[in-house]
Design a protein around this ligand. Structure first.
Ligand SMILES: NC(=O)c1ccc[n+]([C@@H]2O[C@H](COP(=O)([O-])OP(=O)(O)OC[C@H]3O[C@@H](n4cnc5c(N)ncnc54)[C@H](O)[C@@H]3O)[C@@H](O)[C@H]2O)c1
Ligand SMILES: O[C@H]1[C@H](O)[C@@H](O)[C@H](O)[C@@H](O)[C@H]1O
Length: 339
C-alpha cells in the first residue's frame, strides 16, 4: 500500500520533507499540498504531481489524503492537528506541537477522547544513529545509573529575527526532548544563566546561555546554547554514570593531515547533521501508518512536556535567572499514566 500524504506548509522544512517523501522514503506519495501562499502551494504541487488545495481543512478532509504532515508556522499547528484528530487521520507535526501549553493539552485531550494515538511530533533526534547508540549504552547499564549530563548545542550564526527566548523554544527544545527520552526521566526544574555575551551577535540577543535542568530522579543536566559560535554546527552530549561515561559520537568525517596539521571538517548546518535522522523518522512514521498502528515516535504528551519545560526555561531567563519549577498536569492513561 502507498501512504498518501497531504502537506500543510510548503516552506523551508516542508519542501525538504516533500522531497524526502517523494525521493527517499519508499511507500509514500505526496498527493496534496496547501500553503497560505497559494502560488507556492501550486508550484510545489505541479512539481511533485500532487493537488494544490485551498487550506488545511480542505486538505485534511480530502479522500486521497491518508495522513497529514504539518510544516506550517508554529502558532498554526494546534488548529491543523486538532482537525486531523477530528478526522481520525494520523498526523506528523513539526515541532512545536503548539506554542502554548494550553493548546498542547487540548490536543492531548482530543486524542484521549478519540481513544487512540494519532499524533507524532517532529523531534528527529530520537532517530539519529548516534543518539540511538547512546541510549543503547544507557539502557544496557554499561555506565551504571546516570548522574549528570553535559551538553552543548552550537549554531555558527543566527539571523536578526532570532530572539533570546528562541534559545529555549527553537534550539534547546531538541535537547529537552531527547534527554527526557534518553534518560527515561522527567525534567522537573529549569534555570538559565547568561555568561559574558559574545560580541558577534545582534545586540538584542542573550548569547550564549547556560541552561540547568534537574530531573525527577535527581540527574543534573547542563546545556550550553551558543548560537553564534562561528565555527560550525556542533552538538555534544556526555552522560556521566556511577561507573563510567558515555559520549554522543561526532558525525563521521575524514581525518586530514597536511602542512604539519591534522584535523577534520566541522559540519555547518543542522540539515546535514540530522538529514539521516529525518529520513529514518519519516521511514518509521510511514511504516506505522501503513501498518495501521499507533505512531511509535514522540507523542502529543512529549510535545506538551517540551512546551511546558521550554516555558519554564524562558521564565527563568526573563525573571532573574532563578530556578523555575516545571508544572505539568498528570499524565493520562493513553500516554502511560495511571489507568
Ligand atoms: N525539526 C527541526 O529541526 C525543525 C527545523 C526547522 C523548522 N522546524 C519547524 O517547522 C515549522 C516550519 O518551519 P520553516 O522553517 O519551514 O518555516 P517557513 O516559514 O519556511 O515555512 C512555513 C510555511 O508555512 C506556510 N503557512 C503558514 N501558516 C500556514 C497555514 N495556516 N496553512 C498553510 N500554510 C501555512 C507559510 O506560508 C510558509 O510557506 C516550524 O514550526 C519550525 O519550528 C523544525
Ligand atoms: O530551527 C533550528 C533547528 O531546530 C536546529 O536544529 C537548531 O540547531 C537551531 O538552533 C534552530 O534554530
Amino acid at each position: 500500500m502507498t501512504v498518501r500524504v497531504g502537506v500543510i506548509g510548503a516552506g523551508m522544512i516542508g519542501q525538504d520533507h516533500i522531497r524526502r517523501l517523494t525521493d527517499v522514503v519508499a511507500g509514500a506519495q505526496v498527493t496534496a499540498v496547501t500553503d497560505i501562499d497559494s502560488g507556492r502551494a501550486a508550484e510545489t504541487a505541479v512539481r511533485v504531481g500532487a493537488r494544490a488545495l485551498p487550506d488545511g481543512p480542505a486538505l485534511i478532509a480530502a479522500d486521497d489524503v491518508d495522513a497529514v504532515l504539518v510544516t506550517s508556522w508554529g502558532p498554526t499547528h494546534a488548529e491543523h492537528v486538532l482537525n486531523a484528530i477530528a478526522a481520525g487521520k494520523p498526523v506528523l507535526c513539526e515541532k512545536p506541537l503548539a506554542t502554548t501549553a494550553e493548546d498542547c493539552l487540548r490536543i492531548v485531550d482530543a486524542e484521549c477522547s478519540y481513544g487512540r494515538r494519532l499524533v507524532q511530533v517532529g523531534f528527529m533526534r530520537r532517530y539519529d544513529a548516534g543518539y540511538r547508540q547512546l541510549k543503547g549504552v544507557l539502557d544496557g547499564g554499561t555506565i551504571g545509573t546516570p548522574l549528570m549530563v553535559h551538553c552543548a548545542h552550537r549554531n555558527p550564526t543566527v539571523p536578526d529575527a532570532y530572539h533570546s527566548a528562541m534559545a529555549a523554544q527553537d534550539t534547546a527544545v531538541h535537547e529537552i526532548d531527547v534527554l527526557r527520552w534518553l534518560l527515561g526521566d522527567e525534567i522537573v526544574s529549569a534555570q538559565v544563566i547568561t555568561p559574558r555575551a559574545t560580541s558577534r551577535r545582534f545586540e538584542h540577543l542573550k548569547d550564549p546561555q547556560i541552561m540547568l535542568f534537574e530531573t525527577a530522579q535527581g540527574v543534573r543536566i547542563d546545556l550550553e546554547v551558543f548560537v553564534n559560535c562561528q565555527y560550525g554546527y556542533d552538538i555534544q552530549c556526555e552522560t556521566v554514570g556511577e561507573t563510567g561515561l558515555a559520549r554522543l559520537p561526532d558525525p563521521a568525517a575524514v581525518g586530514i593531515r597536511t602542512a604539519g596539521q591534522h584535523g577534520s571538517a566541522v559540519l555547518q548546518d543542522w540539515k546535514d547533521r540530522f538529514g539521516d535522522a529525518f529520513d529514518t523518522e519519516f521511514r518509521e512514521w510511514i511504516a506505522s501508518v501503513e501498518a495501521g498502528g499507533e505512531p511509535t515516535g514522540p507523542s502529543a504528551w512529549d510535545g506538551y512536556a517540551a512546551t511546558v519545560i521550554t516555558d519554564a526555561t524562558v521564565r527563568s531567563l526573563e525573571s532573574g535567572q532563578q530556578p523555575v519549577t516545571v508544572d505539568m498536569k498528570p499524565r493520562p492513561a493513553l500516554h502511560g499514566g495511571p489507568a
